[in-house]
Ligand binder design. Structure first.
Ligand code: SAH
Ligand code: SF4
Length: 332
């Protein structure tokens, strides 16, 4: 429940609305895992609450640790489906990568998550619970600093629950992870990008571009047949950016398919005039994957060409690849 929903809920139980505020703070800010644990509330109020509500949970089934410090969590949902989240420590940052769907219906050919299709959307509680569960298990004094919505699923295909989860995660009385420290990555649902731009959410937006022409993009990202690059980049150009903010474009480099110098020049021409940075992601292989990771040399050459066109291009480290926790390697 959002704060106003919690207040209205309290009202419906005949309680004063500040009780709703307390409940919201206990559940999201203090991560109370049962109504009985909310000792700030009287026994009567807790009894009343227990008749009408419960606090949903996800269960940690497995936790794997990579040699680079990345940790992957396998969580079971209440209906038995499973999702993964990835904790990525990096210097002074502690980033959690969260999922928004079980599976994914977008069918990108280079991504393991998409292989089994979409099973179902996550509810906002299931999105939030990934954060609460991981945060709750951190040693004293450690806190998540950033959230990336880049795990399993296409977040903008689950717009309502994703937006609600972001509102709650960033609320000062909740986990209080500021919107500027939350990044959502999308495969490019143009109408939802527009809608997100019109919302008051101030999060960072990343777009998985992955190809310089419609021909190439159609082959690896079926969504491109619905929203062509012209539509997608049109939505990006119109996206209202606050001062000093930038869009991010992600670009998975697939050997021999989209990693040539000509491809790099084309990308630079396409993105000209958009305030953005580019994250290059050398393809992460998974069992049975149809593509190859390009050589380090061609990755660096791609980066240099973009830099020559005055774009900031970063090469994303493949964190947790040894435990299949890197981009595109998550599954149920
Ligand atoms: N569905 C969203 C967010 C999850 S995917 C999206 O597509 O943006 C997160 C990122 O991982 C995307 O940029 C995607 O292009 C990238 N990715 C998927 N599979 C990959 C793989 N096998 N190797 C490298 N990056 C991959
Ligand atoms: Fe879905 Fe993103 Fe994977 Fe494409 S890359 S199948 S949109 S999770």
């Amino acid at each position: 429940m959002r704060l106003i929903e919690a207040e209205a809920f309290a009202g419906g139980l005949g309680l004063e609305s500040y009780r709703g505020r307390q409940i919201f703070h206990q559940v999201y800010g203090k991560a109370a895992d049962s109504i009985d644990a909310m000792t700030e509330l009287s026994k009567e109020v807790r009894g009343l609450l227990s008749q009408k509500a419960y606090i949903s949970r996800i269960i940690e089934v497995k936790r794997q640790c990579s040699i680079d410090g990345t940790e992957k969590f396998l969580f079971a949902l209440e209906d038995g489906h499973r999702i993964e989240s990835v904790l990525i420590p990096d210097e002074d940052r502690l980033t959690l990568c969260i999922s928004t769907q079980v599976g994914c219906g977008m069918g990108c050919t280079f991504c393991l998550t998409g292989k089994g299709g979409l099973v179902r959307n996550l509810r906002s509680s299931e999105i939030i619970n990934q954060v609460l569960a991981v945060q709750g298990g951190l040693p004293d004094g450690r806190r998540l600093t950033n959230i990336v919505i880049m795990g399993m699923g296409e977040p903008l295909a689950n717009y309502r629950h994703t937006v609600k989860a972001i509102e709650i995660l960033s609320h000062p009385l909740g986990p209080a992870i500021g919107a500027r420290r939350i990044t959502l990555s999308t495969s490019g649902l143009a109408p939802q990008i527009k809608k997100l731009g019109e919302s008051s959410l101030n999060i960072n937006l990343a777009i998985s571009l992955n190809a310089p022409t419609d021909e190439q993009r159609n082959l690896i990202m079926p969504i491109n047949k619905k929203y062509s690059m012209a539509k997608l980049l049109g939505a990006c150009r119109e996206y209202p950016l606050k001062r000093r903010r930038m869009l991010s474009f992600e670009y998975v480099l697939l050997a021999g398919l989209n990693d040539s110098p000509e491809d790099a020049h084309r990308i630079a021409r396409l993105l000209k005039g958009i305030r953005c940075k580019i994250n290059l992601i050398p393809f992460n292989e998974f069992p049975g994957s149809p593509y190859k990771r390009p050589s380090e040399e061609s990755v660096l050459r791609f980066q240099e060409i973009l830099a020559g066109h005055h774009f900031s291009a970063f090469i994303r480290k493949s964190r947790g690849a040894d435990i299949l926790a890197a981009c595109g390697q998550l599954r149920e």
